[in-house]
Design a protein around this ligand. Structure first.
Ligand code: NAD
Length: 372
């Protein structure tokens, strides 16, 4: 991890790269930036901010969704805050140049193999869940998803035409034992920081890759005897998440299963506009982003909920920058605005007024100032 000493004293200068991206990305990242600048101005948080293009906006400018300059800045930063990439205008673009490819390449180049996705339900938002309040009250799950391997990256892949003229799509699900072991270590360590409870999710009754996954996770478990480990098939895990989500604490899973499970867990909380995520490498260099996409349907309308991105900043302060106190402050400020009844349109209930993206960002700043 790059660390920069400020001339004249021994405080660390944190280099943070902002990648607003496409759609609502620039709107929500602007609110996260306001929070970071507030921490810099009011708390002496040593911060050097850079900004660069990624995804569709980068493609528009340079026909490359991950320009070299963006990659260089990403590699020399301590942490990255990303908005979102993509949009319908890029669907006709050649697959390799699509916005999502820029993001996948960035994750691969930085070796961000561990994706941490918390699903937390704030008490005041319990009615936003599609499940009964008593089932989801106090929900606090952490999904640890492998992010740079598995079927999304496996080779060979493609669409081919068979001898009899029928087209066939094919992908490869592949994990080696080192890939499984390193994500398992992250999951066990995450469990140790929480309630020492880990559930590994696989499909070992059908897939050989899952058989190896289960074996390696069980071997790594021997180094973490204080953590209780269970294994669950993915289809059951989805059912259990909906039936009794509070039985879970940390869930460990592969790339594709994690993609689906974390969206299910997200929906238990009622709004994808509230959920942050972290993607880490083995040196805790991380990229932090809301779990939602670029939401083209509401882009440019000051309607997007910026709290997922602001909570991503809190995760960055905690996991990459070791600024636990500032992370707590930001999380408490978000809790404060929710408890005070501030709602963007996505989390508003009947008889409540909603506020816009900028106004929600301002409310968090006011809450931060109140608690200074
Ligand atoms: P999406 O998350 O962008 O939107 C799904 C729904 O949730 C929409 O109705 C949207 O308005 C709403 N929503 C999302 N974020 C919100 C927020 N912060 N506040 C309020 N409402 C919000 O998913 P999608 O529509 O399937 O995808 C749109 C584009 O985003 C696609 O191009 C997709 O490829 C891309 N995408 C990018 C990422 C990423 O950058 N990591 C992730 C998912 C999707």
């Amino acid at each position: 991890m790059a660390k920069w000493l400020k001339p004249g004293n021994f405080q660390f200068m944190h280099k943070v790269l902002l990648l607003p991206g496409d759609g609502i990305g620039p709107e929500v990242v602007a609110q996260a930036k306001k929070v970071l600048v507030h921490l810099k101005n009011e708390y002496g948080f040593e911060l050097e901010l850079e900004e660069a293009l990624v995804g569709g906006s980068a493609y528009d400018q340079s026909k490359n969704p991950l320009p070299d300059e963006t990659l260089r800045l990403a590699q020399s930063s301590d942490a990255i805050v990303l908005g979102a990439v993509g949009g319908p205008q890029y669907e006709a673009v050649e697959r390799e140049l699509r916005p999502e490819k820029g993001l996948l390449r960035l994750r691969a180049e930085l070796d961000l193999f561990a994706n941490l996705r918390p699903a937390i339900l704030y008490k005041a938002l319990a009615s936003a869940s599609s499940l009964k309040s008593e089932l989801v009250a106090g929900l606090d799950i952490m999904i640890v998803r492998e992010l740079t391997g598995g079927i999304y990256f496996g080779e060979p892949r493609g669409i081919r035409t068979l001898d009899h003229g029928i087209r066939q799509g094919f992908n490869t699900l592949v994990y080696d034992e080192n890939e499984i072991a390193r994500i398992a270590h992250i999951a066990f360590r995450t469990a140790q920081k929480r309630n020492n409870k880990l559930c590994s999710v696989d499909k070992a009754n059908v897939l050989e890759v899952s058989e190896l996954w289960r074996e390696v996770v069980s071997t790594v478990h021997k180094e973490y005897s204080d953590v209780s480990l269970t294994h669950m098939y993915v289809d059951n895990a989805v059912m259990q998440l909906i039936k009794d989500p509070n039985q879970f604490d940390v869930m460990l899973t592969s790339n594709m299963f994690g993609d689906i499970l974390s969206d299910v867990a997200a929906m238990l909380t009622g709004s994808i506009g509230m959920l942050p995520s972290a993607s880490l490498n083995s040196e805790d260099h991380g990229m932090y982003e809301p779990i939602h996409g670029s939401a083209p349907d509401i882009a440019g309308k000051n309607l997007a909920n910026p709290l997922a991105t602001i909570l991503s900043v809190a995760m960055m302060l905690r996991y990459s920058l070791n600024e636990t106190h500032l992370a707590d402050l930001v999380e408490r400020a978000v809790q404060y605005v929710i408890d005070a009844g501030m709602r963007t349109a996505d989390i508003v209930s009947t008889n409540q007024n909603s506020i816009g993206t900028k106004e929600m960002g301002d409310a968090v700043l006011i809450a931060l100032s109140k608690r200074d």
